[in-house]
Design a protein around this ligand. Structure first.
Ligand code: MD3
Ligand code: FE
Length: 203
């Protein structure tokens, strides 16, 4: 049930499966206020995953760059609050992986449809890179690309399924990573989607 991926990263297989309907209800609640949207990269590309956020901050991308903001640029209102089901799950998962007292202040919600992907990148927009990141996969299975500390290193391919939780921290925090194009399929709860929750401490 628990697999070590690297010195600072652990997969907790199916860890969130029992909370899936509560998590989906929390996501639907959030995106009723802050709808899914396709953000632009600073390089002018449209991201294929649709995104939204909940928490004290939200991660955003536009032609000016990547940043965390306290308000949703679509409506200049605060992001929806992070439901306790989410922050509690993330803290528990982080503790199980050896990171005590993790308190996320942002949850990025990524929605993939068949063909959507995320190219190799590092997560480095957070103030304190000693804080881990917790990710929760829901819906269609996907292939996660787990690279090295330099972009040119060939990434390992890791299958993640509905309910799998991964905690990334320590020496692995700045590893390049991405998502292979989503294969088509039908999930009993999510239909033709995969949703990834990425819980972080931005500030
Ligand atoms: C490994 N999202 O939003 S989450 C992202 O599945 C992002 O939507 C992917 O990468 C997704 O930035 C992957 C898993 C993840 C998140 C952060 C990491 C893996 C990581 C940081 C370091 C190493
Ligand atoms: Fe990332």
């Amino acid at each position: 049930w628990q697999e070590r991926l690297g010195p600072g990263s652990v997969i907790l297989r199916r860890y969130a499966a029992a909370s899936d309907t509560a998590l989906l209800a929390a996501i639907e609640d959030a995106v009723a206020t802050a709808p899914f949207r396709h953000m632009q990269t600073p390089g002018g590309f449209t991201m294929s995953a649709a995104m939204s956020n909940c928490g004290d901050y939200g991660w955003t991308a536009d032609t000016d760059g990547y940043r965390y903001s306290a308000t949703d640029p679509l409506n200049d209102r605060a992001w929806p609050a992070m439901p306790e089901t989410l922050s509690e799950l993330a803290s528990r998962a982080a503790a199980a992986a050896g990171f005590a007292a993790f308190q996320p202040d942002v949850c990025l919600i990524n929605r993939y449809e068949p063909g959507a992907r995320m190219s190799l990148h590092q997560d480095r927009d957070e103030a304190d890179l000693t804080q881990p990141i917790v990710s929760v996969s829901l819906g269609l299975p996907m292939t996660f690309l787990f690279g090295g500390l330099r972009r040119k290193e060939r990434p390992a391919r890791i299958e993640l399924q509905h309910g799998d939780v991964v905690v990334w921290g320590g020496e692995d925090r700045l590893r390049y990573h991405g998502v292979a194009p989503l294969k088509d399929g039908e999930h009993p709860l999510l239909g033709r989607y995969r949703i990834n929750l990425t819980l972080r401490r931005a500030h």
